[in-house]
Design a protein around this ligand. Structure first.
Ligand code: FES
Length: 120
């Protein structure tokens, strides 16, 4: 999922798109070596940068709910901690069990702030 960069102020961004929630800052993501997990309004989110693009997918494995982003991504994929199902960093596709992708979330970056659409 691609991100959109906007020059709109964060106040305007929130005002026009109330479905967006502040997830993290670019600085915070950089400090975590471009991968972090965070809970927002009951959503367990895996935020990361892959091939120059900031993306967000569900951190909840489609198998039994294990933490997909517990380990750092390697070779373009995440490996779930519990039973090693693999998911593509490109789009959350399940590489070991096709047809069971992780949910992708829309992001918007405004200056240093990364917003997520939990409803999209
Ligand atoms: S819970 Fe992720 S592989 Fe089983």
């Amino acid at each position: 999922m691609s991100i959109e960069t906007t020059e709109t102020s964060s106040t305007k961004l929130q005002g026009h798109q109330s479905n967006l929630k502040l997830l993290a800052t670019v600085d915070e993501l950089r400090q975590k070596n471009w991968q972090l997990t965070k809970w927002v309004d009951g959503h367990d989110i895996l935020l990361y940068k892959y091939e120059g693009e900031v993306q967000a997918i569900s951190n909840v494995c489609r198998h039994f709910g294990g933490p997909v982003g517990y380990h750092k991504a390697r070779g373009g994929k995440f490996t779930c901690l519990w039973h090693n199902w693999e998911f593509s960093c490109k789009d959350g596709t399940c590489l070991t069990h096709p047809g069971l992708p992780l949910r992708q979330y829309e992001l918007k970056i405004n200056n240093n702030e990364i917003y997520i659409n939990l409803e999209g």
